[in-house]
Design a protein around this ligand. Structure first.
Ligand SMILES: Cc1cc2nc3c(=O)[nH]c(=O)nc-3n(C[C@H](O)[C@H](O)[C@H](O)COP(=O)(O)OP(=O)(O)OC[C@H]3O[C@@H](n4cnc5c(N)ncnc54)[C@H](O)[C@@H]3O)c2cc1C
Length: 380
């Protein structure tokens, strides 16, 4: 479907094989618990952090390969894919892109070894989509950088040694690394929530946390602009995850429809079901095309995805995965609606993709803004 180099084909086929043989049995047991065993196995085989530099234990490849790996794994075990997405395209990647050498040496080897995770803390009770209105702030007091604030909805806090925290500096927005381990006086957990997919999201306060200079990732106008551009990679990672969840659901629907008989024939032979399968596949492939097009264009332009391309892929993939998992559940009848069935989990998981990493509405705002500013993009 997409044209790959020999090395990319090797990554894809090796990971598909590994996921099929090692992740299938427990694929739907994790429900948000980090699949540490799978992470370790991926790390042992050199497939964790494929886009992180080799000197920190990664594969030294690009974002496109990171996306391929998420998709290969996610069609079998979406929770493992989500873990890999977090390791490769979110906070750890920000540390690699913007961090000091000391920060990279300290945090990245644990991530690529599958032993540690880094959370990303942006949202606040009063600042969700409107990131610029956040209250978390860094002040310079007696020559030290001191952070105070509150974050909410942060994934992976119980399993992470540190968080990349977005904050205000006197000169504007920026981001810093905050240690979570061993900072009990400064980090106060307010509440762990359980979301619709059974995953933990945490609200916490940060009181007078002293930030060493080498833990500052971005600050100043230019630094924050770069951080926002990097967010476009996170959006493409989120789109890839959505595509993989949809593919997982569609694969199960295809199997079930051919095996389940009603009115003396497989339900897959009813035109009504055939059309559902065709529609699901159409939407999935359209979403994959938008996602990979954005990634390939970005790599050609120096590895920063275009805002229009990234938001389009993020928006469409979120809408698509909700529809595809819903229809895949429909094909499973009452079976698919039962707690503990993969389809009901995939459906719950899919819903989060329209919110996490920027809501549908925010993506639409981005798309409209880009169109108004630049007009329609060239045809090629
Ligand atoms: C599964 C999941 C995982 C998450 N993980 C993390 C995490 O690890 N770290 C983290 O910091 N956050 C995380 N979040 C939070 C996520 O980033 C926020 O939910 C998201 O940014 C939206 O913020 P909000 O929920 O406060 O909604 P709000 O911003 O309050 O928005 C409410 C509604 O209003 C709409 N809206 C807002 N502004 C506009 C506008 N200008 N135009 C049109 N409509 C608008 C929104 O689209 C939405 O529909 C996660 C969320 C989910 C669901």
């Amino acid at each position: 479907m997409i044209s790959l180099s020999a090395e990319q084909e090797m990554i894809l086929s090796s990971l598909e094989e590994l996921a099929e043989s090692e992740f299938t049995d427990r694929a739907f047991e994790w429900e948000g618990e980090p699949p540490w065993e799978n992470a370790e196995l991926l790390a042992d085989r050199g497939f964790l952090g494929v886009n992180i530099a080799e000197e920190y234990g990664g594969g030294g490849m690009g974002e496109f390969e990171a996306m391929l790996s998420i998709e290969a794994i996610g069609q079998v075990c979406p929770d493992t894919a989500e873990f890999v997405y977090n390791q490769q395209m979110v906070a750890a990647r920000a540390i690699e892109m913007f961090g000091s050498e000391a920060a990279k040496q300290r945090y990245l080897p644990g991530v690529t070894a599958g032993e540690d995770a880094i959370a990303i803390a942006i949202s606040e009770p009063e600042a969700g989509s409107d990131v610029g209105s956040m209250n978390t702030h860094v002040e310079e007091i007696d020559g030290e950088l001191v952070l105070n604030g509150e974050k909410i909805w942060v994934s992976n806090i119980p399993h992470s040694s540190a968080a990349v925290v977005w904050t205000k500096f006197p000169e504007g927005l920026g981001s810093v690394i905050v240690d979570l381990d061993g900072n009990d006086d400064e980090i106060e957990i307010q509440q762990h929530y359980t979301n619709m997919a059974g995953h933990t999201q945490t609200q916490f306060y940060m009181h007078d946390v002293v930030i060493p200079e080498e833990h500052v990732l971005t600050r100043g106008k230019e630094g924050f602009k770069k951080q926002l551009q990097a967010l476009n990679w996170e959006r493409l990672g989120s789109a890839t995850l959505a595509n993989s969840i949809a593919r997982c659901a569609l694969g199960k629907a295809l199997d079930y429809a051919q095996q389940r008989e009603q009115f003396d024939q497989p339900i897959a032979d009813f035109q009504g079901i055939e059309w559902k399968l065709a529609d699901q596949f159409k939407q999935l492939e359209a979403s994959r095309t938008l996602t990979y097009r954005a990634a390939l264009n970005a790599e050609r332009q120096g590895r920063i995805p275009d805002r229009l391309d990234a938001s389009l892929a993020k928006l469409y993939s979120g809408e698509m995965v909700e529809r595809v998992t819903s229809e895949a559940l429909q094909i499973h009848g009452a079976n698919g609606y039962q707690q503990g069935h993969p389809l009901e989990y995939l459906y719950r998981l899919a819903r989060g993709r329209r919110l996490a990493a920027g809501t549908d509405e925010v993506q639409k705002n981005q798309i409209a803004r880009a169109l108004k500013k630049n007009g329609l993009p060239p045809l090629a």
